[in-house]
Design a protein around this ligand. Structure first.
Ligand SMILES: NC(=O)c1ccc[n+]([C@@H]2O[C@H](COP(=O)([O-])OP(=O)(O)OC[C@H]3O[C@@H](n4cnc5c(N)ncnc54)[C@H](OP(=O)(O)O)[C@@H]3O)[C@@H](O)[C@H]2O)c1
Length: 316
């Protein structure tokens, strides 16, 4: 598409008040790439919902990758795949390049699959290799380490599993019975059904405790994760600060623990793209929706009953 045949308006979802989770589908004038900035104009083919993302503006107002003011209307959906329409002169991208998350070229995936990757894969990458202490090296970066993942069937969890296995770690995790075979297919060696398992009792068994625990769900699961992590080990949550769920009885347990907000990084995304293109990783796509069905799609994503990402495909 050249700039001369661009539409004058676009359809978009808007979160009018950052403090409210309410969103609307509306039509706005086509955004124009501001001159002398790093802005790119992108023809969007697919976008993905991240569970809970509509709560982030209220909960993490100062955090990257979503800096905004209290009153500014926001466009939700941080995962995006599309084609560059216009780019600044010094950009590594040019008109016609196919990209995801404006980080790297999208490789060989279909649009809906491509939109599932950036947020979840980078969050998992940073949980393991930036905050979790493993090295991002195939077969050796996690060798000898045991990793426990909560919500291993979720969008972030399924990437944590795949990347940890790729690095050579032994990976165990929680999922419902319905998703047990799926997470095993990703490389998990033991799956606990979070609905019925006594995680605390299991953690007392010989050789079960983990060097690194990555929690993707928070709440009760995070509380149980404190029993699973080894003394002196590391506990990372992408949902809430782990100390908020530290059991009283484990008050003296020494564990490095951390919550973080993912920071976009083109190099990491480039590495993930390479691995996906080599066929080593599976993008996990729960379902594809038209934009008009945004209320149903968000309800599905927020149900906590998804296997991977809920995606909007835009037939533009
Ligand atoms: N900090 C950051 O930068 C960052 C970045 C991205 C996402 N996040 C947050 O990370 C969290 C996870 O996101 P996500 O997209 O991975 O979630 P998700 O895909 O929506 O998670 C759904 C999955 O979780 C499983 N599940 C639900 N409750 C569970 C439990 N108690 N124990 C184990 N598994 C359970 C479900 O399995 P069943 O259907 O089988 O029950 C389903 O497969 C969200 O809160 C999101 O906002 C944070």
């Amino acid at each position: 598409m050249t700039t001369s045949n661009l539409p004058t308006t676009i359809r978009t979802l808007i979160q009018p008040d950052p403090k409210s989770e309410h969103i609307i589908l509306t039509t706005i004038p086509l955004p124009i790439q501001a001159p002398n900035t790093t802005e790119h104009l992108l023809r969007v083919h697919a976008v993905a919902i991240t569970n809970n993302e509509l709560t982030w503006p209220a909960n993490f107002p100062a955090s990257r990758p979503i800096p905004y003011s209290d009153t500014q209307a926001l466009v939700p959906l941080y995962d995006v795949a599309g084609t560059i329409v216009t780019a600044p002169e010094d950009s590594p991208f040019k008109a016609g390049d196919e990209v995801w998350a404006l980080g790297v070229e999208a490789g060989e995936m279909k649009w809906a699959e491509a939109a599932t990757v950036p947020m979840s894969a980078q969050t998992a990458w940073q949980a393991l290799f930036v905050h979790g202490g493993l090295k991002a090296e195939a077969g050796v970066g996690g060798k000898g380490k045991r990793v426990f993942v909560t919500a291993a069937s979720g969008a972030v969890g399924s990437w944590v599993v795949q990347l940890a296995v790729w690095s050579g770690a032994e990976v165990v995790g929680t999922a419902s019975a319905a998703n047990a075979e799926f997470v095993k297919s990703l490389g998990v060696t033991e799956v606990l059904d979070y609905r019925s398992a006594d995680v605390k009792a299991w953690a007392e068994e010989e050789g079960v405790k983990a060097d690194l625990v990555i929690d993707c769900i928070g709440g009760k699961s995070l509380e149980e994760a404190w029993w699973v992590v080894k003394e002196g080990g590391t506990l990372i949550s992408v949902f809430q600060p782990p100390v908020q769920k530290k059991p009283e009885r484990l008050e003296g347990k020494k564990v490095r623990n951390e919550f973080f907000v993912m920071e976009p990084d083109g190099e990491q995304l480039g590495e993930v793209t390479r691995l996906v293109d080599e066929g080593r990783f599976v993008p996990v796509l729960d379902s594809v929706w038209p934009l008009e069905k945004f209320e149903e799609a968000f309800a599905k994503a927020e149900s906590g009953k998804t296997r991977g990402k809920v995606v909007f495909e835009l037939y533009v």
